[in-house]
Design a protein around this ligand. Structure first.
Ligand SMILES: *[C@@H]1O[C@H](CO)[C@@H](O)[C@H](O)[C@H]1NC(C)=O
Ligand SMILES: *[C@@H]1O[C@H](CO)[C@@H](O)[C@H](O)[C@H]1NC(C)=O
Ligand SMILES: *[C@@H]1O[C@H](CO)[C@@H](O)[C@H](O)[C@H]1NC(C)=O
Ligand SMILES: *[C@@H]1O[C@H](CO)[C@@H](O)[C@H](O)[C@H]1NC(C)=O
Ligand SMILES: *[C@@H]1O[C@H](CO)[C@@H](O)[C@H](O)[C@H]1NC(C)=O
Ligand SMILES: *[C@@H]1O[C@H](CO)[C@@H](O)[C@H](O)[C@H]1NC(C)=O
Ligand SMILES: *[C@@H]1O[C@H](CO)[C@@H](O)[C@H](O)[C@H]1NC(C)=O
Length: 646
């Protein structure tokens, strides 16, 4: 029956092909630091996967809001992973049309496999020659400025009658397909939202003021954290980490001995994704992992923290969030059904090399997932960002809170102030703000940065009732030599503004019209606006390889907010309620306004091409703003308000 069916489809497809023009399906967005180099050899194997268009994604936002809007009668009634997979799985007609197209193009039926979740058609043993003919494209090997190479095509085309069945084809225009394995560390990563100060060794005892050095005690004072977890058996909290980052137990112990003695000897729960390892070996980077785990573990103690460690090295300047998404949601990738582990990961290496296993649905998603890395929206194709953003929405439907750093580059694209031109190219003269990713996705919670104002001391913090907003301002630090770092914030060029933030952002835009109308020309005021929330990003005390240092960045703000949401979940679970899940509709709701310290001073950095170094970024104002979101959390009040919800 199957054969006959495919035979019929083959004939129809041939006829249709004759009539059907081809359309460009995806285009690669050029990056200035990539040097075009050479054609990829025709015999190289391509682990070709065709992602079928899912059903019902038009209704994804409606479903998500029905379980996460505090006004909804279904608030907190999250879906099971099975229900999510079933509702959005591609329809049979997409599968049939795509297999017929592939067979018509000369791929034997035996070479085609449908993934377990029905979302992908795999083509086994495809070569560059075959795929170039199929997709009317050419594969090139690109050299990154770091010297690393990766393969990609600039665009690819599909017959018009097939295109609407297909969401994405990999590997094609995605920027992070690594060629071979390089043992050298990536020269430069945009990922970790962290900086290290020049003077590494701190005197002990530390400076008294939280304006000079942040400790867990400072965070507790700033954000009214007195809650002690009591539902740790039901709660969970995950931190995503990606090789070459990891941590040193001796650093955690030194930190805990000073700031959280009962944690000495305690480690995070460790989950390996795609071969992730815990050991610090030559070439690994412990600074970021130490820092994040020290604060997350101290703030939620005794709640265990899970480290989701992705094993594949970050390639050149690019990041993939799909590996951990594949691991926490098997429906996002292809699972069993005869996985070919050599080919299977979402963005495999060409030729095959670096890893042994592809983690697919191997991890139950923790209730809160914190990721301190960030990229830029323009660097990823629209299909790619849409698909990933949908997946974040699905995690929200399942009751998972996903938090990402808003980046350290203010409204610009790098800490030097690169922005976007009208034609989408990136350079120092460009004047359009350069939104971050995944901050630009409306279905995650984006975390911006603040800093404690100069001369605010510990006793100020302890007695700060009612003056909370006077203690913090927008994080913005001059690193000299033309580099500066500040809270990420801005507006998506692709994703429209979601309903939940229209009132808050609308009132910000109204103020801007009166105070700085010129700025409105430099971003898309109808786009998804971020950050949603913020927390301190400046001068965290960290132990790195035995030495006390100060680290800054939204890398620290993100796990800080994630830790406090984990404590809110604890309170709700202990009261027999559901976890908070996707929090944005709640934190923007008028009822929650009193649960944040409103940040009303400071400015983020803008484009160098418009108003020069540090000029032209977003100014914090009363209410929501594009530098600090709704403000920094007041945990005690947040717990009261979230306990009042069903
Ligand atoms: C889709 O195809 C499968 C077999 O491949 C079949 O079991 C299922 O009933 C079909 N679903 C619909 C809605 O036709
Ligand atoms: C793919 O190639 C491998 C190794 O060359 C071979 O063992 C396998 O049978 C091939 N699969 C198909 C479906 O051709
Ligand atoms: C984009 O526009 C800028 C001027 O704003 C120009 O210098 C650049 O060459 C253009 N790039 C492309 C790829 O068209
Ligand atoms: C930026 O502007 C300067 C001065 O106008 C010019 O020399 C330079 O070539 C421009 N750079 C780009 C990338 O357009
Ligand atoms: C803290 O600062 C306040 C002024 O903001 C000052 O009155 C107080 O003496 C300071 N306390 C300490 C311990 O330095
Ligand atoms: C820690 O420092 C020592 C001595 O400088 C060095 O040999 C070692 O590689 C460092 N360890 C890590 C994990 O960076
Ligand atoms: C801190 O939280 C408690 C509830 O735990 C609340 O009663 C108190 O008012 C909060 N403090 C401030 C300064 O908002």
């Amino acid at each position: 029956m199957h054969t006959a069916h495919l035979f019929l489809a083959l004939i129809l497809t041939k006829t249709a092909c004759g009539l059907s023009p081809t359309v460009v399906h995806e285009k690669r967005v050029a990056h200035p630091s990539l040097l075009h180099s050479r054609r990829l050899e025709g015999h190289v194997a391509v682990p070709l996967k065709v992602g079928l268009k899912q059903q019902n994604t038009d209704h994804l936002a409606t479903h998500l809001l029905s379980v996460s809007d505090p006004q909804s009668p279904y608030f907190g009634q999250h879906w099971s992973a099975e229900k999510v997979a079933q509702v959005f799985a591609p329809g049979n007609e997409s599968r049939d049309a795509v297999t017929a197209w592939l067979i018509g193009a000369g791929f034997d039926e035996e070479r085609l496999r449908i993934s377990h979740n029905k979302a992908w058609v795999h083509v086994e043993n495809a070569t560059v020659d075959e795929v170039e003919a199929l997709l009317a494209t050419e594969y090139h090997v690109y050299q990154h400025e770091s010297g690393e190479e990766h393969a990609a095509c600039d665009s690819y085309s599909l017959p018009a009658h097939i295109a609407h069945h297909i969401e994405i084809i990999t590997p094609t225009v995605q920027p992070n397909i690594k060629l071979g394995s390089s043992s050298t560390r990536p020269a430069k990563r945009s990922g970790p939202q962290r900086k290290r100060t020049a003077a590494p060794v701190l005197p002990l005892p530390l400076p008294a003021g939280c304006d000079q050095a942040i400790t867990p005690a400072c965070i507790r004072s700033l954000y009214n954290v007195t809650y002690v977890p009591k539902a740790t058996d039901r709660n969970s909290f995950g931190i995503v980490s990606q090789a070459p980052a990891t941590y040193l137990q001796s650093d955690l112990d030194t930190f805990f001995a000073n700031f959280s003695p009962s944690l000495v000897g305690k480690s995070p729960l460790f989950v390996s994704i795609d071969g992730g390892i815990v050991d610090a070996v030559e070439g690994t980077d412990i600074g970021e992992g130490d820092w994040i785990l020290e604060y997350a573990m101290a703030l939620v103690e005794p709640q265990p923290v899970t480290m989701l460690q992705v094993g594949t090295l970050i390639t050149g300047n690019f990041l993939s969030f799909n590996e951990w998404l594949d691991a926490v949601d098997g429906s996002y990738c292809t699972s069993d059904g005869g996985d070919d582990l050599t080919y299977d990961p979402q963005f495999p290496n060409l030729p095959i090399g670096d890893f042994q296993e592809h983690s697919c649905g191997t991890v139950k998603p923790p209730l809160v997932i914190s990721n301190s890395r960030a990229d830029f929206e323009y660097r990823l194709s629209p299909f790619y960002t849409q698909r990933q953003c949908n997946e974040f929405a699905k995690l929200g439907l399942m009751g998972v809170t996903v938090l990402f750093s808003a980046g350290n580059a203010g409204a610009a694209g790098t800490t030097r102030g690169y922005c976007l031109d009208d034609n989408g190219s990136v350079n120092l003269n460009a004047t359009h703000f350069n939104p971050g990713w995944p901050a630009a996705c409306p279905w995650i919670t984006s975390v911006g940065g603040t800093q404690v104002k100069a001369n605010v001391n510990a006793s100020d913090l302890a007695s700060a009732t009612g003056v909370a907003q006077a203690r913090e301002e927008v994080w913005n630090q001059d690193l000299t030599h033309g580099f500066f770092e500040s809270s990420g914030g801005g507006f998506s060029n692709r994703f429209p503004m979601p309903q939940y933030q229209k009132a808050a952002v609308g009132s910000f835009l109204e103020k801007l019209k009166r105070t700085n109308p010129e700025q409105l020309k430099h971003f898309n005021p109808r786009g998804r606006a971020y950050p949603d929330i913020s927390a301190n990003a400046n001068n965290f005390v960290n132990v790195e390889n035995g030495t006390f240092e100060l680290d800054s960045g939204t890398s620290g703000a993100t796990p800080t907010v994630a830790s406090l949401i984990t404590l809110v979940n604890d309170a709700r679970l202990a009261a027999g309620k559901s976890p908070v899940g996707f929090i944005n509709p709640t934190i923007y709701s008028p009822d929650f306004a009193g649960a944040f310290n409103d940040i009303v001073s400071g400015t983020s950095q803008g484009c160098k091409g418009w108003q020069g170094d540090r000029g032209g970024g977003f100014q914090a104002v009363p209410g929501w703003d594009a530098a600090s979101g709704v403000g920094t959390p007041n945990l005690g009040v947040l717990i009261e308000k979230w306990l009042a919800l069903p």
